[in-house]
Design a protein around this ligand. Structure first.
Ligand code: PBG
Length: 343
């Protein structure tokens, strides 16, 4: 049986009849018209650059799982902050790789006013005061088990962790941090940090809440960068959000705003664009995404293999955050994309 396809059935409507002459391709026909109707734009003002710091002098250690990203000693971190400021990047977020001998069960070294986070902050603020410095008060770089909180009898204890994170946040503010961004997901940390900052005269230090931080496989390369990969036993599911949940993310964000968060963050980024959009629609507050290490490394790895165009994938992923409703993005691509936007 040979069934003949009829390309144009008798009496078929024309395209103009089907579309009512509404042809959306008209505005896509040329570069000038595409530019004219472009809804979202990425600029250097959208970028926050996360950097890794390590003890020593003139150290620039490659991180194999994150091609193009380095652990920097404080002196070089200052140089990079200067470069970032020249490129127009508004802020830097610092993450430390802490010497193993300084890590313990409770992450006590986070309470040393002279620890590497605080030394980095004061060095950057002294040399490049015009760039914003964002610090994390989570304990994971400082604990011998790689968890973000204090571990007692197999449990990450909430309230004791909040006390420690809060004290750390005050020390970070004293060192010059402009924004405290606690990533530990303990209950009550935002309110406790706000109270402590205010009580110590740091009313102007803002809080960016990692309000919706999901238990995720995309943090892998970061754990190599700060050396928690081999330490971490179990997972972080008792404190990070279940990545199956969306309503719970709204509730977390609502709670953090009520406690005094100035800005919200969603982490990871690209797999959670739906959460970003929901938060922006719900709260209309400054909302950020963290394009995490695994997202960065996937693009870099595929690009290194010639499987995708790395530059285009980078720009497309960053613009997607803007479309989803982000005011800005924490991204390891920051200097690369800032350079590109400049040129
Ligand atoms: C933990 C923390 C994580 C990241 C930054 N701080 C996640 C984790 O190790 O569980 C991830 C950042 C990234 O992957 O780029 N407080």
């Amino acid at each position: 049986m040979n069934r003949q396809t009829r390309l144009k059935p008798a009496g078929a409507r024309t395209v103009d009849e089907i579309t009512g002459s509404r042809r959306l391709r008209r505005m896509r026909k040329a570069d000038w018209s595409r530019r004219l109707v472009q809804e979202n734009h990425l600029t250097v003002d959208d970028l926050i650059w996360p950097i890794f710091v390590i003890d020593g002098k003139n150290v620039r250690e490659p991180i194999p799982a994150m091609p193009g990203v380095f652990r920097l000693s404080v002196d070089l971190a200052v140089k990079e902050a200067e470069r970032a400021a020249k490129l127009g990047i508004p802020a830097i977020a610092t993450f430390p790789n802490v010497d193993m001998s300084l890590r313990d069960q409770t992450g006590s070294h986070i309470l040393d006013p002279q620890n590497i986070i605080n030394r980095t902050t004061s060095a950057i603020k002294a040399a490049v005061p015009e760039i914003g410095v964002i610090t994390d008060a989570a304990l994971d770089p400082f604990t011998s088990h790689g968890h973000d909180g204090i571990l007692r009898d197999g449990i990450i204890v909430n309230d004791e962790t909040v006390e420690q994170v809060t004290a750390a946040a005050v020390l970070q503010a004293a060192a010059g941090a402009d924004i405290i961004a606690p990533s530990d997901m303990m209950d009550g940390r935002i309110g406790a940090i706000r109270d402590a900052l205010d009580a110590n005269g740091f009313q102007d230090v803002a809080i960016m809440s990692y309000a919706t931080k999901f238990a995720s496989a995309f943090y892998g390369p970061y754990r190599e960068a700060i050396g928690t990969q081999g330490l971490l036993k179990g997972d972080k599911k008792t404190y990070y959000l279940d990545h199956a949940n969306s309503d719970e993310a709204i509730r977390e964000a609502e709670q953090d705003l009520a406690e005094g968060a100035d800005m919200l963050m969603v982490k990871p980024g690209l797999p959670y664009l739906d959460i970003i959009r929901r938060l922006k629609d719900e709260f209309q507050v400054p909302t950020f995404a963290y394009q995490v290490s695994g997202e960065y490394s996937m693009i870099k790895a595929a690009s290194a293999n010639g499987w995708i165009d790395g530059e285009k994938a980078m720009l497309e992923s960053l613009l997607a955050f803007k479309r989803a409703g982000c005011d800005g993005i924490l991204t390891y691509f920051a200097p690369e994309v800032a350079q590109m936007l400049k040129g």
